[in-house]
Design a protein around this ligand. Structure first.
Ligand code: HEM
Ligand code: PLO
Length: 482
């Protein structure tokens, strides 16, 4: 049942029964921009009614830190939604599952598996570097022509994640890889887009083309993943896990029978399957989208690209590939990655949170069950936090001696109990991909073509519109095109 309407003095949009504030949300703006505009009118902390759901929108970084960090436990819930319930078999995943002892155990297991498997070992580095060669060759085979870099980048990132999650490697044009890319795309277009079924669950009984498509894509995904799961179970052996799926299966076995699972109910095969699917989906969409945003900004700012290349030439040279251990020597590259994630956060309003208990934000009482949207977009574009926020300027992440600085209002991965579990994985991948690309080639806008549109299109992630680039090999890397 919907929680009673809380009595707070928070400014609230007008609303009517059933529809709530929906009639006042017209205009076709995506939520992050709409909320930023409303914050100018109602103040940085305001409420609205999404159909029957009383929802608080946070636009100030101090309030965001209260919600995510100081009172992170209070706000660590997730609402149940029709599309994400379908995607995750009723919340047997990490991202869309409500807070529970089992979720906590599950999240810890996933974190441990990531640490065990990816971070801290050279495994991930080897996987990325083996994909980078193919990616560079493919990009360079278009030398001199304008082309859309997105398919090649998506394919390379998908391949990395396939290897990481279930040890599969695909050659260019493989039908299983195409299938994966297609279903993923279908899910991205139909999941949790603030669509009406997620506001009014009863609408799922009506014919709905988008929901149909989502179900079809999920069915394709499930067939593929179930096959992988069975294969992995059959070949499970002692020793180090060879991929994330194996690490999860081992963790699952380790958690049954013990005290951990009896108190929590146990991690089922469904949980393992949904986690693998989610790591897979998150791994592909976020990383490829971030890379495409950064490339788009580099076309707009050739001087930034040159400076990254200068840093690479000085610190690494052209003879060897960049490795994880080079990170400390590449502060400018790091600040370019940060600036890309600041100016175009792939998840501009994070994932909706809910209050698990009565709590407060900025001194205002918040009732249990209230939905809370953290508008990271407005925090990342707030002129009180950032000088000329709409300007792409990586220097804002460097101190006066060229050292890294991390402002507290920069939170592209969220923070607190619901912080992204893939953060270090993502950062590692971004560093290795971007450095290898810029070491070997330069990106330019094709003659006569427009510069990339920087507005973006909001699906479940904020993506750039398609654009074209021209690549030229850098000294020492000519002739590697296939
Ligand atoms: C959650 C950002 C990459 C897995 C999140 C959230 C954000 C985010 C903003 C929501 C935080 C919140 O609701 O408060 C990003 C960005 C990425 C990235 C910017 C890359 C540039 C990844 C990768 C993985 C991943 C590579 C996994 C392989 C997850 C999961 C959650 C999550 C499982 C849910 C955590 C929870 O609800 O407890 N991410 N992410 N992410 N991310 Fe990422
Ligand atoms: C992407 C499409 C996949 O088929 C399913 C999937 C799983 C996890 C989601 C991801 C999609 C989109 C990006 C999300 C991620 C969990 C965390 C991440 C929402 C829907 C972010 C950026 O918050």
């Amino acid at each position: 049942a919907a929680p009673p309407h809380p009595r707070t003095s928070l400014p609230c949009l007008p609303w009517i029964p059933v529809l709530g504030s929906l009639p006042w949300l017209g205009g076709g703006l995506p939520p992050h921009l709409l909320f930023t505009r409303m914050a100018h009118r109602y103040g940085p902390l305001f409420a609205l009614h999404l159909g029957p759901h009383y929802t608080v929108v946070v636009n100030d970084h101090r309030h965001a830190r209260e919600v995510l960090l100081q009172r992170g436990r209070d706000f660590a819930g997730r609402p149940s939604m029709v599309t994400t319930d379908l995607l995750t078999r009723g919340g047997r995943d990490i991202a869309f599952s409500d807070y529970s002892p089992l979720w906590k155990l599950h999240r810890r297991l996933v974190h441990e598996s990531f640490t065990l498997f990816g971070e801290g070992t050279s495994r991930l580095q080897d996987i990325v570097l083996s994909e980078v060669d193919g990616l560079c060759a493919e990009l360079l085979s278009n030398e001199g022509r304008g082309f859309d870099p997105s398919p090649a980048i998506t394919r390379a990132v998908t391949n990395v994640v396939c290897k990481l999650v279930f040890s599969a490697t695909y050659r260019h044009g493989d039908t299983e890889l195409q299938e994966v890319i297609r279903y993923n795309d279908g899910i991205v277009q139909t999941i949790a887009r603030g669509g009406l079924v997620d506001i009014f669950p009863w609408m799922k009984v009506l014919p709905n083309k988008s929901l149909r498509k989502l179900k079809d894509c999920i069915a394709v995904r499930d067939r593929l993943l179930t096959r992988k799961l069975e294969e992995h179970k059959a070949s499970l052996s002692d020793g180090d896990p060879r991929d994330l799926l194996e690490a999860l299966l081992k963790g699952q076995a380790g958690s049954t029978g013990g005290q951990r699972s009896s108190e929590a109910g146990g991690i089922t095969d469904d949980h393992v399957l949904m986690t693998a699917a989610e790591a897979f989906g998150a791994g592909v969409e976020t990383t490829s989208t971030t890379l495409l945003w950064i490339l788009a900004y580099l076309l707009h700012h050739p001087e930034v690209q040159e400076r990254v290349q200068m840093e690479l030439d000085e610190q690494v040279g052209t003879e060897r590939a960049v490795g994880v251990s080079d990170r400390g020597r590449l502060p400018y590259l790091d600040s370019v990655i940060n600036e890309g994630m600041r100016i175009r956060p792939v998840s501009p309003v994070l994932i909706p949170h809910t209050a698990l208990t009565d709590s407060s934000i900025g001194g205002h009482a918040i009732r249990r069950g209230t939905r809370v949207l953290v508008n990271m977009w407005s925090i990342h574009h707030d002129p009180r936090n950032w000088d000329k926020p709409d300007l792409f300027n990586p220097d804002r992440f460097l101190g006066d001696r060229g050292q890294r600085v991390a402002p507290s209002c920069f939170m592209p991965f969220g923070a607190g109990p619901r912080v992204c579990v893939g953060e270090s994985l993502a950062r590692l991948e971004l560093l290795l991909f971007l450095s290898s690309l810029l070491q070997r080639m330069s990106f330019r806008r094709p003659d006569g073509a427009p510069l990339p549109n920087l507005q973006g299109r909001l699906g479940v992630v904020l993506q750039p519109l398609p654009y074209k680039v021209t690549v030229t090999p850098r000294a020492g890397w000519e002739g590697v095109a296939k």
